[in-house]
Design a binder for this molecule. Structure first.
Ligand SMILES: Cc1ncc(COP(=O)(O)O)c(C=O)c1O
Length: 360
């Protein structure tokens, strides 16, 4: 049995530190927006190379709040890929703006300047570039089109862009999810907005607390959306280990290449110059059901995450009807996530490849 992912092994060595962090919060009796959140915001901003970080309740709220902080509102359009987790698009309508779906590069599963350009209109206010599966979307090329980019970096903590920059510091702002299975995960829900624009950071800070900066006056309708002290303390223990764990994910990707998996299935290709900390390792196969059966028979974990692309989901009918995105449809049909974790071994990879070989 080779699991699809392994979140528990990397945490085992940190148990003592994690317990101490929880005790520290219990002793402090501060649970909401206290010193742990402030410290983690500073540490995470520094890690990303952004000037500011604002902790919020989850990665979905992070997108809605970041878009509003960037000035997105009713009448605006936000370009978003359809081959992504549903929340990327779901977070747009609550701002009053409409999602406009764009296609992806089938080799990288990310948006490109070309696929974004095809979706631009005079009403486009922002592009939500998703760093899907830990790959890094080409943010600078998209911003060169003249539109600000919000990076959905929910799956890309630990990844490196070409030139060594990190997701979260490549565009106007970035958002992260700390859902437990993410590259950097907490023990519940959590999220973060990063930006080097002080005005965006200040607006996000206000919006996460009911649209108030002083808890007395309420300037706009906001949200109750905060990262809590316990989760921040837990994340502070893990952040110093993120790069080592990300290297483990990169090594696992290399194992798959070295073991010859690329002769059997289509491997994910890093975008130009990127070093992805693969969150999910997603391959494609023309007869994906056969691949699923072969892996299943060998007890190898696998999962199709986005069989129905977002623009074809019922809730997106208003914005998705009539939209044709051929690369998205093909990726949705043929993709399959196979085991990936920071501690995946070469032996496990060899067993996955042997199982894939039976799919022909
Ligand atoms: C690409 C992407 N965007 C947004 C989200 C939403 O994050 P959350 O579940 O923390 O709301 C996720 C993960 O769940 C995601 O994978």
């Amino acid at each position: 049995m080779i699991p699809l992912f392994d979140t528990s092994t990397p945490l085992r060595a940190l148990r003592g530190e994690l317990r101490a962090a929880v005790d520290r919060v219990l002793d402090s009796e501060r649970y909401i927006l206290g010193p742990e959140v402030s410290a983690f915001e500073r540490e995470f901003a520094d890690y990303c190379g952004a000037a500011h970080a604002v902790g919020v309740a989850n990665g979905t709220d992070a997108i809605t709040i970041a878009l509003r902080a960037m000035g997105v509102g009713p009448g605006d359009e936000v370009v978003v890929p359809s081959f992504t987790f549903y929340a990327s698009a779901e977070a747009i309508p609550p701002t009053g703006a409409t999602p406009v779906f764009c296609d992806i590069d089938p080799a990288t599963y990310c948006v490109t300047a070309e696929t974004v350009r095809a979706a631009l209109t005079p009403r486009t206010k922002a592009v939500l570039a998703v760093h899907l599966f830990g790959n890094v979307a080409p943010v600078a090329e998209i911003e060169a089109l003249g539109v600000p980019v919000l990076e959905d970096a929910a799956q890309a903590a630990g990844s490196l862009a070409s030139g060594g920059g990190r997701p979260g510091a490549l565009g106007a702002a970035g958002t992260f999810s700390f859902f437990p299975s993410k590259n950097l995960g907490c023990f519940g829900d959590g999220g973060m907005i990063t930006t080097s624009d002080v005005a965006v950071a200040e607006r996000a800070r206000t919006l996460r607390f009911h649209g108030s900066h002083d808890k007395v006056t309420y300037e706009q309708v906001g949200y109750n959306s905060r990262l809590d002290e316990l989760q921040a303390a837990i994340l502070r223990v893990q952040l110093p280990h993120l790069d080592v764990l990300a290297d483990g994910r990169r090594a696992a990707g290399r194992f798959y290449e070295e073991a010859g998996l690329g002769e059997l299935v289509k491997l994910p290709r890093p975008t130009q110059g990127a070093e992805p900390a693969w969150h999910l390792y997603v391959v494609a196969h023309p007869d994906v059901q056969r691949l699923e059966s072969s892996l299943g028979a060998a007890e190898v974990g696998h999962k199709a995450y986005y069989r129905t692309p977002v623009h074809r989901q019922v809730a997106m009918r208003e914005w998705g009807a009539g939209v044709e995105l051929p690369a998205t449809d093909e990726a949705a049909r043929a993709h399959l996530a196979i085991p990936m974790s920071p501690v995946l071994t070469r032996e496990q990879v060899d067993a996955v490849v042997a199982a894939a070989r039976n799919a022909g």
